[in-house]
Design a protein around this ligand. Sequence first.
Ligand code: PLP
Length: 390
Amino acid sequence: MTEQKFLPFALPEIGEEEINEVVDALRSGWVTTGPKTKQFEANFAAFIGDDVEAIAVNSATAGLHLALEAVGVSAGDEVIVPTYTFTATAEVVRYLGAHPVCVDIDPVTMNISPAAIRAAVTEKTKAIVPVHFAGLACDMEAILAIAKEFGLKVVEDAAHALPTTYQGQMVGTLGSDITVFSFYANKTMTTGEGGMVVSRHKDLIARCKVMRLHGISRDAFDRYVSKTPAWFYEVVAPGFKYNMPDIAAAVGIHQLKRLPDFQVKREQMAARYDRELAGLPLILPARPTASGDVHAWHLYPVRLTAEAGIARDDFIVKMAEAGIGTSVHFIPLHLHPVWRDGYQLSPAQFPVAQAAFEAEVTLPLYTRMTDDDQTRVIQTVKSILGHSNA
Ligand SMILES: *Cc1c(COP(=O)(O)O)cnc(C)c1O
């Protein structure tokens, strides 16, 4: 076998337009939050549609923190999260002195289980944070119904779900309180680091805006361009420092324009994996149940079945030996010391998530992969699973 270049698990796709816009920001004299951030926010809100407002932040983690603060999560409250997620989903709950309550997932979609949410509701429950795993929307109809029944807030962790639709509606317009997107380097579009907080509730957006910048009643750029004296501002709350700089927004403006093309490419690659990996001892990722709905395909997670005859960890080693990067999504929260020991969590409480974790491998899927790259991944998976026709 000829030595081949290492195929990374993920790579961002940055073009000349992004680069030129960053240079423009650098030359303009305004590098922090300013005109490019405002433009990015307006474009993003228009992209999501349905009269949402969008405010840019320096990460989705920051955005989730702002969102939970805005909906009123405070010390002692409980917030229901899936155990099958990145730690950011739960850590923001702790930032506010509240407690994340981890629940199990659905075995088909790998998304938070509505039945498990219902079983976890207590007097102290304040909010639910569904995570649209891999870019497939959660069962929001059931989740919003539970929230309504018990008077709970819903903040969507949509770090994977851009663009995703659910029953024909864009994630961001589904009727939750706030939705938060991520522009981390490996997400479906990037600003290096960044995130977007989206809501139709003007009061929640207003609170997030103030808390995004030290609790100051006017932001620096407003003061810079305003006719009233620039020096005056009032601090109305002990806020945070979560604003997005124009250097990052410059990248986002052009990534957003390309996002529909990125999604088409991801969809085609996912369809090819589905076709060519069918029949192997793998559980392939679930697809939207409503026809015509969009899956963002941030990730392509497969699960090895018992018939595969190889443990997940060994499979990953063999992929790496063939020069192919993979990952695992996720090491569930209940296995990380901070959550496991802090809340006495054990695998037996989360049988579905535990089984998913033990069998899961995420295959490379990103727009800069070529057909040949994907052929390599497919052939390698087939040969490891003993189905090579080579
Ligand atoms: C990436 C990710 C986040 C955090 O996004 P950042 O922009 O890096 O803060 C939150 N939740 C999930 C599920 C993620 O995958």
